[in-house]
Design a protein around this ligand. Structure first.
Ligand SMILES: Cc1ncc(COP(=O)(O)O)c(C=O)c1O
Length: 350
């Protein structure tokens, strides 16, 4: 059975055009900087982000970790959202591998960290304290609803961080979704950041890979640390070829995913037993809960949905996140709404 897979945008298969480009890619040993396709991808990414240089890395997790290892020394501290991917979902890499300590700050409902909370979390000079070195933002903020952060807010945090001699890193796994949703350029959104990571392997549909961007000096150091972590890849132009299509073509179609998420949310709002979050979706993620009077839990609904050909991943006993992407078309949106209605025994009025 071909499933409608809404568990994440990481499930995206490469497009037929990507597979062709991958088969035909010109390659070389990238550790020697000999891979023309990787070199092109890195130049393209740096240009689109308005940064001096970029580095191809195997995953978003490695990209974030490299950034933290470049910016921070052992025993230093990073201000992160308490709902951020870096804090919650990167296996504690910063502390396990870098001796870096996270300082979690509450994410507001709109995905931001309140500037006053950031300020209050910066350590004073004291022999007892770790040294605060870095602030991390996540754009779009996944757990807060796939909500995009604005360029004005990012500039405010950038000014605040730089005014206190701190660096700013953006986990921009879905930064192109953030840009499209707000009709601004990615370049503007990341301008205040000293480093940015974004993923090719999510809504941009490449089979794997992320980009890390910053100054030339930052990327020289990042390349060294990537090698240290075992991320120096060889004829990886076969993958970078898909990444070039991600940047040149897939970034231009993300509004379709946002429109379909909206259509899906509108449909699900009509189904008794479901409560779609107010304001959802902001980008390509629909967040919803089962209402109190639904007797079954989200896992049981997910099993029923699977029997109807739709894969969804419960967040907890009551909550779902549904993610639209390249392989979710209008028909899939309709089928998803029907499958939810069926799994809740709801028959819409004719
Ligand atoms: C916001 C965010 N940052 C970073 C990552 C890490 O990316 P990867 O799965 O490529 O390691 C993810 C992955 O889902 C993410 O959602």
């Amino acid at each position: 059975m071909e499933y409608i897979d809404l568990r994440s945008d990481t499930v995206t298969q490469p497009t037929p055009e990507m597979r062709e480009a991958m088969a035909e890619a010109e390659v070389g040993d990238d550790v020697y900087r000999d891979d023309p396709t990787v070199n092109r991808l890195e130049e393209l990414a740096a240009g689109m982000l308005g940064k001096e240089a970029a580095l191809f890395v195997p995953s978003g997790t490695m990209g974030n970790l490299i950034a933290l290892l470049v910016h921070c020394q052992r025993g230093e501290e990073v201000i992160v959202g308490n709902q951020s991917h870096i804090y919650l979902n990167e296996a504690g890499g910063m502390s396990a591998l870098g001796g870096i300590q996270p300082c979690p700050v509450q994410n507001q409902a709109d995905g931001t960290l309140a500037p006053e909370d950031i300020l209050a979390s910066i350590r004073t000079e004291d022999v007892h304290h770790p040294i605060t070195r870095l602030v991390c933002l996540e754009n779009t903020q996944n757990i807060c609803g796939g909500v995009p952060l604005t360029s004005a807010y990012t500039r405010q945090v950038g000014d605040l961080a730089h005014g206190k001699d701190l660096f700013l890193h953006i986990d921009g796994a879905r930064i192109f979704n953030a840009a499209v949703a707000q009709n601004v350029s990615v370049r503007e959104l990341v301008q205040p950041a000293d480093s940015v990571m974004f993923c090719l392997s999510k809504g941009l549909a490449a089979p794997l890979g992320s980009m890390l961007a910053g100054t030339n000096k930052f990327i020289v150091r990042a390349r060294h640390i990537r090698k240290m972590l075992g991320g120096g890849m060889r004829q990886v132009g076969v993958v970078a070829a898909a990444g070039i299509i991600s940047l040149e073509k897939m970034t231009k179609r993300l509004a379709e995913d946002h429109a379909r998420a909206k259509k899906m949310a509108d449909g699900l709002r009509q189904v008794r037993g479901l409560i779609v979050d107010a304001g959802s979706p902001y980008t390509n993620m629909v967040y919803l809960n089962l209402s109190e009077d639904v007797a079954v839990n989200a896992q049981q609904i997910a099993e029923k949905m699977k029997n109807s050909g739709v894969l969804v991943d419960p967040e907890n006993a009551k909550r779902f996140r549904l993610v639209t992407h390249y392989w979710i078309d209008d028909n899939a949106v309709e089928k998803t709404v029907s499958a939810f209605a069926k799994s809740l025994n709801y028959h819409p009025p004719h």
